[in-house]
Design a protein. Structure first.
Lengths: 222, 297
């Protein structure tokens, strides 16, 4: 069972490595979206550091969302997904490996890039630290919840736009606690409560989302 | 326990308790609500005659189609009567609020609409879950039929809320916890309808929609509390289950009557819509062809 999980994980990572430009697209999307706001709002560093937590979190949300279509689409097209459905290993386990690979490829780079964007938004170094921690705790939930949406819209018409409509409302708690944690630390308050809740959401999603995603895949592929 | 007996018993319980309340303690305070409940109980007892003893027979669209057709007028007329009486109480009998003036009267539409928006989502998730668990066509059709009505009530709650907000808060929209979670509820309804609409194969659309409705139902409390934490500016809830209502008895009465009217409306409209869905899905089956021949003759 562990073998199958590792195989799926390494396979997905290898595929991502061989198509490196795809990862770059997600990252540049994150960078471009968060660079647009200072151009629209103005370069006043007081305003920028006020809106930074929300803007960076929304940018991370959108970057996570646009990469969702890649989660199952290629495997669906070439039949690999069907083989996973037929395999004796539990589908939710294989799916959890795919989601982890997706987070490593699309979520983690955003987390690592965030301090640089935070500097552009004149965030104090302490807030940047909290931003990174909150993204580290929250982005797994984004990949996990997003996987349900990606699985449901597999093979549906206009699935790229549809997935936004399904998944973004479910992302709202993560957005709220993530940006609240950063702004709490900006105002000299403890971000611990928000970070704990973020971690709780992620843990809940780790348990439930692979099961729901597996059920959704069985509905979509058949 | 057959469906017939369950519905009859439900009607009997509602009717008897309403009658008891009319004769005893609180009866005179909320007399019109009790009369309305009495009528509802009587109608439910009458409705039970349309159901057969076999529960599973009603899971078939073919048997449910005529049953639904016979039930629609009853619920539609109840809705009309309750709306007329509820609006009469809301606008003519209920006293003017000493703080908010006449503008508060929009809550007679707003609060019941907000209740319905949440109740319908739960009902939708319930039918979706039943459809997923028992693989019954009709439950999924019920979920699909409820969604547009739920979305309409959510929109109605948002619009009436912002119309009330203008004179009270001085602005049409504030990012208050309850308004925001209502907006998110609207997004959830729209997502459900969009997903169902974009999958061509009906059974697949049913099951994908059902799973989404269940995921949404799990998320609603998380969303609600996160938004509540995020900000709250709204006044406290007007009706508290534990404490006595802080409003005049007639105001409460009007609100309950309007809620009952919205319930009846929802049932009637959902049944009409489910009949349309049945016809659309079963258009190639024999009994629908026979039905259409009968209609043309």
């Amino acid at each position: 069972m562990n073998g199958a999980w590792l195989t799926v994980l390494t396979r997905d990572l290898l595929q991502a490595y061989r198509r490196r430009s795809d990862i770059a697209t997600t990252l540049f999307f994150f960078v471009i979206v968060s660079s647009l706001f200072p151009l629209g709002v103005g370069s006043d560093s007081a305003i920028l550091s006020t809106i930074a937590p929300g803007v960076l979190w929304v940018a991370a949300l959108l970057a996570g969302m646009i990469s969702l279509s890649r989660l199952f689409a290629a495997d669906f097209a070439d039949g690999a997904l069907e083989q996973m459905l037929l395999s004796p290993q539990p589908l939710s386990l294989l799916v959890s490996a795919k989601i982890l690979a997706h987070w490593l490829v699309c979520g983690l780079p955003v987390v690592l890039l965030a301090p640089m964007i935070g500097l552009q938004y004149a965030l104090p170094s302490e807030a940047i630290g909290i931003l990174v921690v909150s993204l580290l705790l929250g982005t797994p939930a984004l990949s996990l919840i997003g996987a349900i949406g990606a699985a449901l819209t597999l093979g549906a018409r206009g699935s790229g736009l549809l997935v936004a409509l399904l998944v973004l409302p479910l992302y709202i708690p993560v957005l709220i606690f993530g940006s609240l944690a950063v702004s709490a630390s900006q105002h000299g308050m403890s971000p611990q409560a928000h970070l704990s809740l973020l971690a709780a959401i992620s843990l809940l999603a780790v348990v439930l989302a692979p099961l729901a995603t597996a059920a959704a895949l069985r509905i979509s592929v058949e | 326990m057959s469906l017939k007996k369950i519905i009859f018993a439900l009607g009997l319980i509602i009717a008897v308790s309403a009658a008891a309340l009319i004769f005893f303690a609180h009866g005179l305070k909320y007399i019109s609500v009790n009369v309305a409940l009495l009528a509802l109980g009587a109608v439910l007892m009458r409705q039970s005659a349309y159901f057969s003893d076999n529960f599973y027979q009603h899971a078939s669209p073919q048997t449910f189609y005529p049953t639904a057709g016979r039930m629609i007028p009853w619920f539609a007329w109840l809705a009309v009567v309750f709306v007329i009486y509820g609006l009469y109480i809301s606008f003519a009998i209920a006293p003017t609020d000493f703080q908010q003036g006449e503008a508060y009267r929009i809550i007679f539409v707003h609060v019941p609409a907000a209740w319905m928006s949440m109740v319908i989502y739960l009902a939708m998730a319930f039918w979706a879950g039943v459809g997923l668990a028992l693989n019954s066509k009709l439950s999924a059709m019920m979920a699909q039929a409820l969604a547009p009505t739920g979305a309409i009530f959510t929109l109605l709650a948002l619009v009436t809320g912002s119309l009330w907000g203008k004179p009270m808060w001085g602005t049409y929209w504030v990012w208050d916890a309850r308004l925001t979670s209502e907006l998110i509820l609207l997004f959830l309804y729209l997502g459900f309808m969009a997903l169902q609409a974009s999958i061509d194969e009906p059974r697949k659309a049913d099951r994908a929609g059902a799973l989404l409705a269940l995921v949404g139902a799990v998320n609603i409390p998380i969303i609600y509390f996160s938004v509540k934490w995020w900000n709250t500016l709204h006044q406290g809830s007007s009706i508290n289950m534990g404490a006595a209502p802080k409003m005049a008895a007639t105001m409460f009465e009007g609100m309950i009557l309007m809620a009952l009217a919205f319930w009846m409306y929802t049932i009637a409209v959902a049944l009409i819509r489910v009949r349309c869905i049945i016809l659309e899905r079963e258009r190639n089956s024999g009994w629908v062809k026979e039905l259409s021949l009968k209609d043309h003759a």
